[in-house]
Design a protein around this ligand. Structure first.
Ligand code: ADP
Ligand code: MG
Length: 232
């Protein structure tokens, strides 16, 4: 298993015509960290995720993965989208093996077993439930042994019980895999349950963070410290 990568998003700007979607967005993730980005629908979360995956480029600022600015598709990232995006003309096994080298079939079966769907490799995606399709999408993303897993509302279309099952599965896979994970969601509960750190996005920038970062301890000789005793 490969270790996770460091991710650094600095001052990122992305506009679609007059619509300034990201405006000085900042995000960092340490190798192996699980970070969630929470925001309302339309706040620019999927736009951010596409930039992290290298599916899109920022108009300003930088997206660095493992210290280098992305140039095209991020080679160490895999994405799970809200709707899974399985290819309907391929059975489950080949969907998971997609893009893998020659021995991909074995790896695909291994990953299907990890998500509890070992016996569904020969089924068409259409006969699976929504939750099963998302598990297949997760298996496909992890089959490539990514160092960065990008999750775009992967539980958004699932019922409450299936969502809890998927949360447990994501937690389990992440804690054994130690890949860096960025989860994008509008669900604060989900973000707080899964992530080490939660960043709030609104109006194109970070508007909050949980847990609240502790202020840097101030030294007495720091000019920002101010006088110990104020004279009136
Ligand atoms: P979220 O994922 O938080 O719901 P998105 O990142 O999908 O939000 O979208 C943020 C805003 O950017 C929306 O106003 C959306 O219409 C706009 N947008 C996203 N992608 C495009 C695009 N390719 N072309 C034009 N507008 C876009
Ligand atoms: Mg979205």
């Amino acid at each position: 298993m490969n270790p996770g990568v460091a991710v650094e998003v600095t001052g990122v700007r992305r506009a679609f015509g007059p619509n300034l979607v990201l405006n000085g967005f900042e995000l960092s993730a340490a190798p192996g960290e699980f970070v969630a980005v929470v925001g309302r629908s339309g706040s620019g979360k999927s736009t951010l995720l596409r930039l992290l995956a290298g599916l899109d480029r920022p108009d300003g600022g930088a997206v660095r993965v493992d210290g280098s600015t992305l140039d095209g598709l991020c080679p160490v990232a895999r994405v799970v989208f809200q709707d899974g995006r399985l290819l309907p003309w391929l059975r489950v096994g080949p969907n998971v093996a997609l893009g893998l080298p020659a021995n991909g079939r074995e790896r695909a079966n291994e990953m299907l077993a990890r998500v509890g769907l070992a016996d569904r490799a020969a089924d068409w995606p259409a006969v699976l439930s929504g939750g099963q399709r998302q598990r297949v999408a997760l298996a496909r993303a992890l089959a490539g042994d990514p160092r960065l897993l990008l999750l775009d509302e992967p539980l958004g279309s699932l019922d409450a019980l299936t969502r809890i099952e998927m949360q447990r599965l994501i937690e389990d896979l992440w804690s054994t895999g130690r890949f860096t994970t960025v989860l994008i969601t509008h669900d604060v509960d989900e973000a707080v349950t899964l992530a080490d750190r939660v960043v709030l996005i609104a109006a194109g920038r970070v508007t909050g963070e949980w847990p609240v970062p502790l202020p840097r301890p101030r030294r007495r000789d720091d000019p920002a410290f101010g006088p110990l005793v104020r004279t009136i």
